[in-house]
Design a protein around this ligand. Sequence first.
Ligand SMILES: Nc1ncnc2c1ncn2[C@@H]1O[C@H](COP(=O)(O)OP(=O)(O)OP(=O)(O)O)[C@@H](O)[C@H]1O
Length: 352
Amino acid sequence: MTKLAIRALAKRFEAFTAVENVDLETGEGEFVSLLGPSGCGKTTTLRCVAGLEDPTSGTILFDDVDVTHLAPERRSIGMVFQNYALFPHMTVAENVGFGLMMRGIRGAPAASRIASVLDMVQLSNAQDRYPRQMSGGQQQRVALARALVFEPKLLLLDEPLANLDAKLRDEMRFFIRSLQQRVGITTLYVTHDQAEAMAMSDRIVVMFGGRIHQVGGAQDIYHRPTTKEVAGFIGQANLFAADVKGRDGDLLLLRTPFGEFRARSGDPEAALSAGAGSLMVRPEAVRLAPAAAAAGLSATVEEAHFLGNIVDYKLRLADGTPVAAQAIGDLDHTPGTQVSVSFDENRSWLVL
Ligand SMILES: Nc1ncnc2c1ncn2[C@@H]1O[C@H](COP(=O)(O)OP(=O)(O)OP(=O)(O)O)[C@@H](O)[C@H]1O
């Protein structure tokens, strides 16, 4: 299994910097996603790893071997794109075998590899069909088979599920992840869909404006974001301006315009010396009670939507601050009613 290392990668298109100062190391067989909004540099980073883009500066290493200036076909990478990119006039088996043919593998050895990889993607019965006779999900499985058939060192996927409908996307997430684990191939996956990245990845690289903001597991980036951009992009977040007043054991004491709160932080000392930041409270860490029942902030329910598994509330505090809340159960608080709001301090987080 191969380790990928990206060191100080930068890519400029004339005066425009698409990627800057990107550093990343994967483990062997690790599934790493590049996640971020459109235009943040995910695809450019992937294309530099593939050799389809020449970096302006920086180094790409496969198992400590510098491949930065190696042609794509000499890097041993399998790629899958959003648009499948299958040859319409070739059967499934011919599409899958094409890469082998290009590498001079033909005859019985090629046939046996094609059969085995089609078995892996559960398309053994479809080898004589043409792409137009297959669904989007099946075509993407052919594209995966084609990428894996020559046993590449790395698998690179660029928004492979973007053209599929929601239900199929869900199924394909698990299909790709379990295939990747069975094959044990180091994988770099580009997506702007946070749920996709969280469901599939060992680690997620969150990018904004060509730079990495955070690298971590799904729970790290959700519960412990290091920047406001990450907090806002991953799930929903209430973010409130807060001054740092001191410490109380593991927790920081914070002052906001509407009251004092406690929260956790990645680096309490840095928070104390910064003196201010943003208090992040996820909607499910906002507790609601009937107005008279508990000491807390008083708020008005502006919207309440029963979504089946949760109820989604939009609240407004007395000073006008909006707060998003989510609760499990039934619609207990209707629009127009007053509620008492408190924050779970163990799930409140200071972002610097
Ligand atoms: N060949 C190019 N010439 C000029 N600018 C480019 C080129 N390729 C990419 N860019 C610019 O670089 C920035 C990053 O593009 P990139 O495709 O890497 O973003 P992305 O995060 O993958 O976004 P998306 O999800 O929309 O593909 C964008 O602003 C894009 O317009």
